[in-house]
Design a protein around this ligand. Structure first.
Ligand code: MG
Length: 378
């Protein structure tokens, strides 16, 4: 790998919490990526909602295919900027491991249920999965990932939570930046969902072309495709438009970040961490266009009656299950009942949250049906 001096390097990695010998034929970040791919939480992503519930159709994105798209975009940009592709990929594949079933609806209600016990935050939970919840290795809990991968997974964090996280939380207290691969994975996430949500929204019939032409980023590319291929059928026009959008944003991200890096004169990952602002970013004009997307999706997609209906039933399932498990912990699987610290109510609530966050959509639906009968609450 041809790495820039400010990329993450094995030799300057801040290492793993539990010391291990270096891998024989892989780099440290390759090993992180491999551990992530082999863990149970990664396989569960296949059956977790991104926006549309998994069983609504075979072509919609799930958290797994979303994570793969994030990794693809991240790696392309990483290679072009001579950043560490393996680290970028590891962060991308792990970034959603802590998501609850039923997408944001699940996260919201689990957070509400956990309010008195420290709350629930999917980003923090992703870290918890790789740090402690995966039980696969003889010598340590979790996946024992490098500091840099964990730094990338923890995208945001309140100062209160940061204080409990030692070295990893420090940057949120000192207001420092993460490494470039972490900055990149974060934007690759945004580029992936902004584009695939258009594709999924159109496929489901919740969005239409007139709607989307209100957005500059879409309208520009749509016009180019329409005028280049006037007779092309609509489905292919849409795919070409989305392809054009991703390309436009990714090229801008590479060129603008490359210019920022040159101007900043950073020479190492620590220079990057100490630099006053993020160095991986779009140009101002693309930033502005990207900003248009969030409120558009909120209004037309995430708050659409259909998605909201799904949200309501998901909320009911998560809330009722949570209350049930708190009241009757003997209903939890044995390995959860045996977790240490399960005596106090707050630690019991955390164990319930860990169990529930690990559920896939269909597992949660089945578990709810088992405990409440298939018609919902008793
Ligand atoms: Mg994501």
């Amino acid at each position: 790998m041809n790495l820039a001096p400010y990329a993450a390097h094995d030799a300057t990695s801040r290492g793993r919490a539990y010391k291990e010998p270096a891998p024989l034929y892989r780099g440290e970040f390759q090993r992180d990526r491999d551990r992530i791919i082999h863990c149970a939480a990664f396989r569960r992503l296949e059956y977790k909602t991104q926006v549309f519930v998994n069983h609504e159709g075979d072509l919609f994105r799930t958290r797994l295919t979303h994570s793969l798209e994030v990794a693809q975009i991240g790696r392309s940009v990483a290679r072009a900027l001579k950043l560490n592709e393996d680290l970028t990929e590891a962060i991308a594949l792990a970034h959603d491991l802590g998501h609850t079933p039923f997408g944001h609806a699940g996260q919201e209600v689990l957070n509400a249920c956990m309010r008195e016990y420290g709350g629930f935050e999917h980003n923090l939970q992703s870290l918890r999965v790789v740090d402690v919840l995966e039980e696969r290795y003889a010598e340590f809990l979790g996946l024992n990932l490098t500091f840099e991968t964990r730094e990338g997974i923890l995208k945001h964090c309140s100062v209160k939570n940061a204080k409990r996280l030692g070295e990893l939380g420090k940057r949120f207290i000192d207001q420092k930046q993460p490494g470039l691969e972490a900055q990149l994975a974060n934007l690759a996430d945004e580029i992936a969902y902004n584009n695939h949500d258009i594709d999924d929204g159109l496929r489901y019939g919740l969005l239409d072309i007139d709607h989307l032409n209100q957005i500059e980023l879409f309208a520009e590319q749509y016009m180019v495709v329409r005028s280049t291929y006037p007779k092309l059928d609509e489905r292919r026009v849409v795919h070409e438009t989305i392809r054009g959008m991703i390309n436009h944003v990714v090229v801008d991200l590479i060129e603008n970040s490359s210019a920022c890096l040159r101007r900043s004169k950073v020479q190492s990952i620590d220079d990057v961490r100490n630099f006053g602002r993020l160095l991986i970013n779009y140009s101002e004009s693309v930033s502005r266009k990207m900003l248009e997307l969030k409120p558009f999706f909120r209004k037309n997609l995430y708050n659409h009656t259909h998605v909201q209906k799904m949200t309501q039933s998901a909320k009911k399932i998560v809330e009722e299950l949570f209350i049930k498990f708190i009241e009757e912990p003997n209903l939890l699987p044995t390995q959860y009942q045996e977790r240490p610290g399960s005596d106090g109510v707050a630690s019991r609530a955390r164990i319930v949250a860990d169990y529930m966050a690990g559920m896939t959509d269909r597992y949660a639906i089945n578990e709810h049906a088992r405990l409440f009968g298939s018609h919902g609450s008793t």
